[in-house]
Design a protein around this ligand. Structure first.
Ligand code: ATP
Ligand code: MG
Length: 270
């Protein structure tokens, strides 16, 4: 299995909706932005929250074209500049979502040749950090992301029975790992929206008890995090306000743990 330090394609997954998959994908893209590390966000969710969070409303191309195509490496041609500011940081590129993705899952099932492998083929030869934001299900779109990824980052909130949901995804990751020649690593369990309530602390402890060292340092519930997404800005570029610097530090820490110290000029790294 690849070590987490080596990975360049990371799928952010949880079958549960609203736990922070997109927020964490954008937080990691923001950490890469601040370090001027080239990255590509692939928005596999028909809701398209990562696409708009990156400031793109009328994409020229979408990831649906990659899933439809059999051409290896096509994803590189579909990536377009995001709307994040240039200058201090390096804006990620985006392979945008499309409403048509919702029907693509069914279509892939009716053409089973390589149904689970289409995104991996589309990504072959990629040259940068790739963050795949998945929809809230363990259907064929998420399975495509897992087959394309070097590592899966499970995102959860510390809420009732979250730990059971994480166990279920870990079993799916394990099944993909055994079926993929290159393997699939677990990058960790990112705990998002940790609040200062007893309930939040209880379920956070439960996650640590059940999943131990897989559990990464938490990202706390902060208005600045939601504001960055709503303004289509990297959190690292948000004007100074309460909690913004702390949120940046939390995403930086997850970035270090998940992506490692990869240097853009290193041909074997990114
Ligand atoms: N740490 C946080 N602090 C404050 N708000 C947050 C935080 N994380 C996420 N949110 C907000 O919670 C909502 C859900 O988050 P997000 O869209 O990232 O979840 P998701 O898992 O991608 O959802 P879906 O499954 O629908 O794609 C968003 O409005 C987001 O701005
Ligand atoms: Mg999302």
């Amino acid at each position: 299995m690849a070590t987490v330090q080596d990975v360049a394609v990371i799928a952010l997954v949880n079958q549960k909706g609203g736990v922070g998959k997109t927020t964490t994908a954008l937080g990691l893209a923001s950490a890469a932005w601040a370090r001027r590390i080239p990255s590509v966000v692939v928005d596999l969710d028909p809701q398209g929250n990562a696409t708009t969070g990156l400031g793109v409303w009328e994409p020229a191309a979408t990831v649906d074209e990659a899933l439809e195509s059999d051409r290896p490496g096509i994803l590189e041609d579909l990536a377009e500049p995001s709307g994040w500011p240039d200058g201090k940081g390096l804006p990620p590129r985006i392979v945008a979502s499309a409403p048509a993705l919702a029907g693509r899952e069914r279509q892939m099932l009716s053409d089973p040749v390589g149904a689970q492998d289409r995104l991996r083929v589309a990504l072959s030869g990629h040259q940068s950090l790739v963050l795949i934001d998945c929809p809230p299900s363990l259907g064929l779109l998420t399975i495509n992301a897992l087959f394309a990824a070097d590592a899966a980052l499970v995102v959860t909130e510390p809420s009732a029975w979250a730990s059971d949901g994480v166990s279920e995804i870990l079993r799916t990751i394990d099944r993909v790992d055994t079926r993929k020649p290159a393997g699939l690593a677990v990058a960790g369990v990112a705990v998002n929206r940790l609040a200062r309530t007893r309930d939040s602390r209880y379920w956070h402890e439960q996650l640590i008890t059940d999943h131990g060292r897989l559990v990464l340092p938490p990202v706390r519930l902060r208005a600045a995090v939601a504001e960055a997404a709503a303004r289509s800005l990297p959190i690292h570029a948000l004007p100074p306000r309460r909690g913004a610097a702390e949120a940046c530090a939390e995403f930086d820490e997850i970035y270090d743990r998940v992506v490692g110290e990869q240097r853009p000029e290193d041909p074997d790294g990114l």
